[in-house]
Write a protein that binds this ligand. Structure first.
Ligand SMILES: [Zn+2]
Length: 395
């Protein structure tokens, strides 16, 4: 047993404690509280005093590690379809060794940022073994394809996944996965995750069957078969397919409109925001203030290095702190407990809470009179150090 004392603790739920302390047994948290209350009860235990702010290990709720080799090889700022075409072209020339090395470097970087768990969206599973050796999280095994039978056959596969990771099937998106496949996943998968209302081409395709995504399919000669066009907005269609529920993490929402977000909020689903990816691809922010005004639960992800410069969720938090001006405490909560909820790890990760091992991340420096959440976001170059590793909760 040991006592750790900090200038401040960020609990992970948006609250903070100045001059906070933790009593730990190995990596497990036994007690959390103000130092003035905990220290008198911790007689005889060794005490370490740390300058800086402690918070739970970070959760990056949306990554695609298998795309890590594509940094700097895709088209920024021209919208989704040009980005997609550039990404597909870059993938064609990629060597397997290059991809493996890039995945390995990306996982090293996640660890160095203080990330303890990720929501890894994958179609090839290529990053999963390496991920499972270093981090916790959930593998969202993506199903892609406008052909109903192909999609339903893919759902029958059951790959072997490291025991450190949860596994769930996930539709790629409503415009790319047959609705019968989406509905089947909605009925069987938990947690649930999908890209939703990310860009204007998605809306145009679902509402009318036309637009830039339809033109892209035509250029590539992709057979659409009997893929139905619902004539609905992405969010209304997601609801009709049974996707919007409290364990569903819907990624992006950068093209969502306010009345659609009323429905989203009523269903209790989670919004996973990847603001730097939205800025990279489409030069726009997600509708953060509309989400906050409706009390929609938030998580943060980085998306992949094909549309971002790093996999640091605090850098995505910082992107929203700077411009659209979101409270720092809200953003830190999204990067910890919000992310844990989005990937189905709410009971064990994302909060400094007795009986759990969420990982303890120290952001070093002199807090002075600063607000502890702002301290963490204002200068991302401050040293970060894990003081306890994350693990599944003790039974
Ligand atoms: Zn994504």
């Amino acid at each position: 047993m040991r006592v750790l004392r900090f200038d401040a603790l960020l609990v992970g739920d948006g609250t903070s404690l100045l001059d906070g302390a933790l009593i730990c047994d190995g990596d497990a948290i036994v007690e959390v509280g103000p130092a003035r209350e905990l220290l008198p009860r911790a007689g005889g235990l060794p005490i370490t005093v740390h300058r800086g702010v402690a918070l739970p290990g970070l959760v990056n709720a949306h990554t695609h590690l298998e795309l890590s080799g594509l940094r700097g090889k895709t088209a920024p700022g021209q919208g989704f379809v040009p980005w997609l075409e550039s990404m597909q072209a870059a993938r064609v020339g990629e060597l397997e060794e290059e991809r493996e090395a890039a995945i390995s470097a990306a996982i090293d970087a996640l660890v160095s940022f203080g990330v303890v768990a990720v929501g890894e969206v994958t179609n090839g599973l290529s990053a999963v073994p390496a991920l499972g050796r270093r981090l916790l999280g959930t593998v969202f095994h993506e199903v892609f394809g406008m052909d109903r039978e192909v999609g339903l056959r893919a759902l029958a596969e059951t790959p072997t996944i490291p025991s450190t990771l949860r596994y769930a099937r996930a539709p790629h998106a409503l415009y790319s996965t047959h609705p019968d496949v989406v509905r089947t996943i909605a009925e069987t998968a938990s947690p649930l995750s999908m890209h939703l209302s990310e860009h204007a081409p998605e809306r145009a395709f679902l509402e009318t069957g036309g637009g830039p995504f339809a033109a892209f399919l035509d250029r590539r000669g992709v057979p659409r078969g009997a893929f139905p066009i619902p004539g609905q907005s992405p969010i209304a269609y997601a609801d009709a397919l049974g996707l919007l529920r409290p364990d569903a993490a819907m990624v992006h929402l950068s093209d969502a409109r306010e009345p659609e977000l009323d429905l989203f909020a009523a269903r209790g689903a989670i919004a996973v925001l990847c603001p730097r990816s939205n800025l990279f691809i489409d030069t726009r922010y997600p509708p953060i203030h509309a989400l906050l005004a409706r009390g929609i639960p938030l998580a943060l992800g980085t998306d992949s290095l094909a549309s971002n410069t790093t996999l640091d969720p605090l850098a995505d938090a910082r992107a929203l702190f700077d411009k659209p001006s979101v409270p720092a405490a809200t953003l830190i909560a999204a990067a910890t407990s919000g992310g844990a909820r989005a990937i189905g790890h709410a009971a064990s990760l994302g909060r400094l809470r007795p009986g759990t091992r969420p990982g303890i991340l120290l952001v070093e420096g002199d807090l002075g009179d600063a607000d502890p959440s702002r301290f963490v976001l204002q200068d991302l170059s401050r040293p970060r150090r894990m003081l306890a590793a994350a693990g599944k909760a003790d039974p």
